[in-house]
Design a protein around this ligand. Structure first.
Ligand code: PLP
Length: 382
């Protein structure tokens, strides 16, 4: 048996006639740049998430960069995010010239530890008070909904309100997830999504979106994504070529109506995994707090002897992943921040024991039983 971590081919085959027709239609019209498919997707995704504006952009990374720039975050500013995330969250901060500040992850949810966030914000205030000029202006928090699980937005919004900070939600892994009954992407000043092919809502190439209720921010992102252009060859600001391709929007329009049913299938798979792995010694299945609906972009467990277990699964035809093997604060790219591995002990420890098991809507119960049995044997062998 060969089971991939994610199976994009299986999904294509369930949608083939409709998908082929949608792509063919774009080709026949040769409507490649900012056509009606992009407009339809922006409206459809805005209605789905429940926001006023969606602006389609080239990737999730572009979305984060444009969001920060539209919020006027610039050199001399500081932005706080979590050490346990994909590097793109931090890259965007660096790209606008601001300084990255990290906080540790919560040991149960693996998302940002909101108490550590509060400590970081308070210590910034104290330092600024003592030695004026040494620290930048603290401007924003990027709240990441990692693996498909909403981060604890209530306390984050309270801290942001108290200290007058902007909040950017990174929903790249959490399309359709809810926190207290509301979809992620509706809490912060701006939200960013990725449509990288393997995401819960994935294009057939790169794609992303910026979401906001703020007319001014939406207007700036629209300008910035398309060379600062208001009308053809009239450039109000220096912008970028960060548009969502019309072909990718056509793909996303076919997929969006299926997102809820796919997320429900992912949740059912997670429930079966949880049940089958509940008595495997040393294995920790995902903790989901009350009032949160996880969409399992990834099904991530803690497992003893992780590397040996991963090798055994591979030998049995089961592909797994590690998200992420080197935490951000230990990456060469961010060595200049001066963090030590032990500065974020939870993130450091998680990198050594987390394992992502196959997760995609088309996965079968039989495959999940096979994965769970193989994993159990590998763990018991030690
Ligand atoms: C948490 C997170 N943020 C941002 C991104 C960046 O998205 P993209 O790959 O579309 O640039 C990703 C993509 O993997 C991600 O997982």
């Amino acid at each position: 048996m060969n089971i991939p971590l994610a199976d994009l081919k299986a999904q294509y085959h369930t949608l083939k006639p409709e998908m082929d027709a949608a792509i063919q239609s774009v080709l026949e019209r040769s409507a490649f740049i900012l056509g009606k498919e992009v407009e339809a997707f922006e409206q459809g995704f805005a209605d789905y998430i429940g926001v006023k504006h969606v602006i389609g952009v080239g990737s999730g990374t572009d979305a984060l960069r444009l969001a920060l720039e539209a919020l006027a975050i610039e050199p001399g500013d500081e932005v706080i995010t979590v050490a346990n995330t994909y590097i793109a969250t931090c890259e965007a901060i660096t790209h606008v010239g601001a300084t990255v500040r990290l906080v540790d992850a919560d040991p149960r949810t693996y998302n940002m530890d909101v108490e550590k966030l509060e400590e970081e914000v308070r210590s910034w205030k104290l330092e600024v008070g003592k030695c004026k000029g040494n620290r930048g202006r603290l401007r924003a928090i990027i709240a990441v909904h990692l693996y498909g699980q909403p981060v604890d937005m209530g306390p984050i919004m309270e801290i942001a309100h108290e200290y007058e900070l902007k909040v950017i939600e990174d929903g790249a892994q959490a399309h359709g997830a809810t926190y207290k009954g509301r979809k992620v992407g509706t809490f912060g000043d701006v939200a960013c999504f990725s449509f990288y092919p393997s995401k819960n809502l994935g294009a057939y190439g790169d794609g992303g979106a910026v979401l906001t209720d703020d007319d001014g921010v939406a207007e700036r992102v629209r300008l910035l994504r398309n060379h600062g252009q208001k009308a053809k060859y009239e450039h109000l600001v220096v912008g970028y070529c960060h548009r969502l391709d019309n072909l990718q929007a056509a793909v996303l329009n076919v997929k969006l109506p299926h997102l809820d049913e796919w997320n429900a299938a992912r949740r059912a798979h997670a429930a079966l995994y949880n049940q089958l792995l509940s008595n495997v010694p040393g294995v920790v299945t995902p903790y989901v707090p009350p009032n949160v609906e996880h969409v399992y972009h990834l099904y991530v467990i803690q497992v003893p002897n992780r590397d040996r277990v991963q090798t055994a699964l591979k030998a049995a035809g089961i592909e797994t992943g590690i998200h992420y093997p080197i935490p951000l604060h230990e990456q060469p790219a961010y060595a200049h921040l001066g963090y030590k591995p032990e500065d974020f002990p939870v993130t450091h420890a998680l990198a050594l024991c987390l394992l992502s098991l196959p997760m995609y809507p088309e996965l079968t119960d039989g495959q999940i039983h096979y994965i769970a049995d193989t994993l159990k044997q590998a763990v018991l062998r030690g």
